[in-house]
Design a protein around this ligand. Structure first.
Ligand SMILES: *Cc1c(COP(=O)(O)O)cnc(C)c1O
Length: 222
């Protein structure tokens, strides 16, 4: 019998074998227990992503500085304060109002909050994120806020059975990333392209992702 911890450890090793060493493997931990999160940390995963603030707080309290916590779910403005206080990076900034809230709370905590802009690369009505043509404008506005620093872009993209269908959404996001990088906006330090999940991370890496967010393939089905 192989224990749940060993299963997670094996999954981490399997994924690490298939990705370049400079790509960050982030564990998408929604619905997972503290034991599962501890197991993934024991297996060497440092970056942990959460979609929901409420679920994340007890885990963040127990894990503390042993991991780097990413907010990867839609962030409501009334939760910004808690997220700034507890997370290390916010991947889902999609409005200037939210960015201003983050800036204000970060300033109060004497902190500079790293953020990514979430891109609605599939132009889906029901999805969060900003449309591709709106990213540049939001990036420039964010660059004027002193207590947060824009460090990259994140996208989900539509879900497909065939992961190759995701490619065009990842490449769209990478092109925006490249254009923004060339603009050399002051106070913007673009480093991260967060794209790809369990079924699509290989395609995402081919299209330039250097953070992949993996749930199912690490922990099993939800
Ligand atoms: C759940 C989730 C993932 C991981 O999805 P899997 O298909 O389970 O790997 C990645 N990103 C976000 C934003 C998620 O909510």
């Amino acid at each position: 019998m192989i224990s749940p911890d060993e299963k997670i450890k094996n999954a981490v090793m399997e994924i690490k074998k298939t990705i370049p060493p400079d790509v960050i493997l982030q564990a998408a931990a929604k619905t997972r227990s503290l034991e599962e999160v501890e197991a993934v940390i024991q297996a060497g995963v440092v970056h942990i992503g959460y979609n929901y603030v409420q679920e994340s707080l007890p885990i963040i309290q127990k894990v503390g500085k042993r991991a780097i916590f990413h907010m990867i779910g839609h962030l409501q403005r009334n939760k910004a304060k808690t997220v700034v206080a507890n997370f290390d990076i916010i991947e889902t900034v999609d409005s200037i109002q939210l960015a201003q809230d983050i800036d204000r709370h970060a300033k109060a905590l004497n902190k500079i909050m790293p953020v990514l802009i979430e891109v609605n690369s599939g132009r889906e009505d029901n999805k969060t994120g900003v449309l591709p043509e709106e990213v540049e404008d939001l990036a420039i506005k964010i660059s004027e806020l002193k207590s947060l620093r824009l460090e990259g872009l994140m996208t989900m993209g539509p879900r497909f059975g065939n992961p190759d269908d995701s490619r065009v959404y990842f490449s769209t996001t990478r092109k925006i990333f490249e254009r923004l990088s060339e603009m050399d906006i002051p106070n913007v330090n673009l480093k991260w392209l967060s794209m790809g999940m369990s079924n699509s991370y290989q395609i995402a890496i081919e299209e330039g992702a250097n953070i992949i967010r993996i749930g199912t393939k690490l922990f099993g089905e939800r």
